[in-house]
Design a protein around this ligand. Structure first.
Ligand SMILES: Nc1ncnc2c1ncn2[C@@H]1O[C@H](COP(=O)(O)OP(=O)(O)O)[C@@H](O)[C@H]1O
Ligand SMILES: [Mg+2]
Length: 493
């Protein structure tokens, strides 16, 4: 049977070295024994050990200095300091300096056995604690990218490898989604290992031409391999069964996280769609009575006017304004629920932006906002639905103005992008958005404002989508926000 545990033994006393080597071998350890601390450190630099037993009194480097140097090479290596009676204070000092425990010479077999066992299980514990912590963090899940990142980091840490990469299959290709650590091996090689593990549906070990060892475990989401976690070892490390187990655990964890995140986003989009349908139905039901109310209010206003009742006139005007506001809201909601066919026509691209800017002039003046309008005259006309596009610009402008304190700066830019593209950006120096708001800003009815409707961004994105364009958000809390839109000038590309 090949020993599965390895011990490094350092003592300048050849006799002790010999005796201990025999005992440890008998206990099932693969032993590397040396009288020279430097040689022992060199060994630590080239391969991993499960435990080290080190004499306290050595020349030129004592056990304490050795422990420090050893931990520089293998941070979690348990070091047992060996000491003769009478130097116990030093041994205690050694433990304070990071040694795991001490053994007193001459060795009592039982003490040796139990301290070794504790050292080994402690090492496992350190790994397991890390693992549990990581798993805990992963489960309190977040955006999938972050989850995968945590998985990569955790995998690298607990398996003590050089690099860990999480691959996912996207559109038939294996894409590295998260990486921890560094190594010179090309990612293609790791992707190959990932493919192998996915094809076999189980953990796989691949040895490279240079002797480097790569472990890969498939991410099984409902039984299907959707990706793989790959860890890379320096050539000197021998993977243990425990390493493979850990990797498998992490892969399973990543798969759970992946599944959760997908499920959540599916649920959320399902719920949002349902919410949208209900909302537009309600809006539809409101449409007719609102029309009636508007009419009655106007009739009332005329009567009050005829009777010379100025107060009555003012009151009915208030009613009219409220009804008008409700009507606009209803229009927005119905428009979102059932977007009208686009009526594309040739329109001057910049003029439409300027028109929208003029529509928000009152708000600009109220807050004494500085407007920087940087519209590229080279941008000519475009084929688009002007009414719909106006909604986009207006919503972005209003949001930008809402976000700013007085005296802020609003920057609006346009320029051509590529042969058939227009890029428009609206930038503010306002409050900006945190990650949570950024993630939810396009959700129907998501708003952080007391009087917000949470419709603006949902509508903006839907219109941009229907024009075959793209919308990108750049925002930092306290720094402001920039929304960039790319639109094809000649219809869907
Ligand atoms: N320019 C911006 N600066 C800061 N936050 C913004 C900006 N644009 C949008 N948001 C955030 O996105 C949310 C949703 O916007 P929107 O859909 O237009 O709804 P509303 O403006 O009615 O709140 C806003 O409540 C706000 O929190
Ligand atoms: Mg808005």
């Amino acid at each position: 049977m090949t020993p599965s545990r390895s011990a490094l033994l350092v003592d300048d006393d050849a006799h002790i070295l010999e005796v201990l080597e025999m005992r440890l071998s008998a206990m099932g350890f693969a032993v590397t024994a040396t009288q020279d601390p430097e040689e022992a450190l060199a060994a630590l630099g080239t391969r991993g050990f499960d435990v080290a037993l080190v004499d306290l009194r050595m020349e030129p480097m004592d056990g304490i200095a050795f422990t420090r140097a050893a931990h520089g090479l293998q941070a979690r290596l348990p070091v047992l300091i060996m000491t003769a009676h009478g130097t116990i204070e030093n041994a205690v000092q050694a433990v304070k300096e990071g040694a795991f425990d001490f053994l007193t010479k001459p060795f009592v077999t039982e003490e040796l056995r139990s301290k070794l066992a504790r050292a080994l299980s402690e090492r496992r514990w350190a790994r397991d604690r890390n693992l549990l912590r990581t798993v805990g963090e992963t489960l309190t899940s977040g955006p999938i990218d972050r989850v995968l990142h945590v998985v990569a980091e955790g995998t690298m840490e607990t398996t003590e490898t050089e690099r860990a990469v999480v691959f996912l299959r996207e559109d038939g290709r294996l894409v590295p989604k998260a990486t921890a650590g560094a190594s010179a091996t090309p990612l293609d090689w790791l992707a190959g290992a990932a493919e192998a593990a996915m094809a076999r549906n189980e953990s796989t070990t691949v040895t490279g031409a240079d002797g480097r060892l790569t472990l890969a475990a498939p991410l099984l989401v409902r039984g299907t391999a959707e990706g793989a976690v790959v860890v890379e070892n320096p050539s000197y490390v021998i993977a243990t069964g425990e390493d493979v187990d850990l990797l498998r655990l992490f892969a399973a964890q990543a798969a759970v996280a992946l599944n959760n995140a997908r499920e959540l986003s599916r649920l959320r989009s399902g719920a949002l769609a349902a919410l949208g349908r209900v909302a537009s139905q309600v809006a539809h039901e409101l449409n007719n009575p609102l029309g009636g109310l508007a009419l009655y209010a106007r009739v009332l206003e005329e009567r009050f006017a005829k009777a010379g009742d100025e107060e009555g006139v003012q009151l009915t005007r208030k009613v009219e304004r409220a009804v008008k506001h409700l009507g606009e809201l209803v229009t927005d909601i119905t428009a979102y629920g059932r977007p009208p066919e686009l009526k594309r026509e040739e329109i001057p691209a910049n003029a439409l932006i300027e028109e929208c800017l003029s529509l928000v002039q009152d708000r600009v003046a109220d807050k004494q906002i500085r407007v920087v309008s940087n519209l590229d005259a080279a941008v000519g006309s475009m084929l688009a639905d002007a009414r719909e596009l106006k909604k986009v610009y207006l919503n972005l402008l209003v949001n930008a103005l809402d976000a700013m304190e007085p005296h802020g700066t609003l920057t609006v830019r346009s320029r051509s992008a590529g042969e058939n593209g227009l890029e428009v950006s609206v930038e503010d120096t306002g409050c900006g958005m945190d990650a949570e708001t950024r993630a939810r800003m396009f959700d129907l009815f998501f708003t952080t404002k007391a009087n917000g409707t949470g419709l603006g961004m949902a509508i903006a994105r839907s219109v941009v989508d229907r024009h075959g364009g793209r919308l990108a958000v750049d925002s930092e809390p306290g720094r402001g926000t920039r929304i960039r839109i790319e639109l094809p000038l000649r219809g869907t590309p």
